[in-house]
Design a protein around this ligand. Sequence first.
Ligand SMILES: Cc1cc2nc3c(=O)[nH]c(=O)nc-3n(C[C@H](O)[C@H](O)[C@H](O)COP(=O)(O)OP(=O)(O)OC[C@H]3O[C@@H](n4cnc5c(N)ncnc54)[C@H](O)[C@@H]3O)c2cc1C
Length: 395
Amino acid sequence: MTSPTQTTSPTPAADESDILILGAGPVGMTLALALAGSAHRVTLVDAAQPGAAADDPRALALSHGARQLLESLSAWDARAATPIEHIHVSQRGGFGRTAMAARDYDLPALGYVLRYGHLAAALARQVAATPAIRLLTNSRAVDSRPTRDGLAVTLQTADGPRHLNTRLLVHAEGTPYDDPAVSVQDYRQHAILAEVVIAEDHGRQAWERFTPDGPLALLPLEQGFAIVFTVPPAKADQLMALDDAAFVAALQAQFGSRRLTFTGTGPRARFPLALRMRGDTLGERTVWVGNTAQTLHPVSGQGFNLGLRDAWELAAILKHSRDPGAAEALQRYARGRQPDRQGSALFTDGIVRLFSNDTAPLRLARGLGLLALDIFPPARHFVAKRMIWGARAWP
Ligand SMILES: Cc1cc2nc3c(=O)[nH]c(=O)nc-3n(C[C@H](O)[C@H](O)[C@H](O)COP(=O)(O)OP(=O)(O)OC[C@H]3O[C@@H](n4cnc5c(N)ncnc54)[C@H](O)[C@@H]3O)c2cc1C
């Protein structure tokens, strides 16, 4: 009988590792791959079974910069990605709109949409093809204690407890739902996700429509759209209870009927939305990256893009650090990431607050803001560059 705990490489020795990454999600796998050329022995641990990510209902909008990073790791699946060539931003029941186009930035696309499962599969293929990475699935850490020059970690695996010594422990287990070290700001909004069919050609255009309930995002994916339909929790209960035809009608009513005609939908899933910020992303020979460090509202599609940059910057520093758990190297990493973390959280939180309130003065301010973005190219370019490059949008 084969064990559900997989070992993709016989090295390093069973109980020694330099860098132990907890969580083989997109951020954990990106970090492991980015470290692959270094002298460090990397172990990647995930609580789930191999291939579990295929069932994840999320579609992610990735920036052009994210594509470049993933390409450099041979983990970009071009066939699975639908380019976004145009973005249209507007508010329901108010004036003002703005539009951005890839051609204004001499790029083939402003970003790309792909299913979480396809992104994870492309990374997992590359992890499996990299002998320097040891992958343990169906396993989680249950204890960690300091030793003279590292940490002794106990893993719970399907075969029983397993002990591992490491010099650095990286937390990449995704959103922390119950951790006193993380501040939580509940948006009292739930995102309903679905893939929907339309009567028209989407023309590789993404739509961001702000409504009194919350933002509604339509991301072009293959022939249809992946939607992020944000509403208060009670309305999410109602929408989840509808049959498909009634849900499509509710979506049409929320979006408006002038520009697109929705004709069908796939299964729905829901996510409660909150801003979760870890105050300190460092501990003794320990670092938190990706969603464990910060979980943002999906409105501006920044979450994974930000986590990817966490992984990239951490790998760049660790590659040149003889002791990957050395406090000086970790502090340099945390200092360097602070502006991007704070900037992305502020940007995203600001959009949610500005666009989720339906008082008349705010509606007017939003309309003027959208108009200003449209007629004032530097402001529009700033927003577009944040979508394309992330933190590099700042001068
Ligand atoms: C509705 C929605 C839409 C989104 N849209 C976008 C978007 O358009 N663009 C974008 O950039 N981002 C988007 N995001 C955010 C994006 O999904 C996350 O930022 C990204 O998935 C974070 O990756 P991660 O690897 O840190 O965590 P995760 O993707 O959550 O992966 C965590 C991994 O850790 C494993 N794990 C969990 N617990 C343990 C444990 N105890 N031990 C070991 N392993 C464990 C899990 O099995 C999983 O494999 C969206 C999020 C939501 C909710």
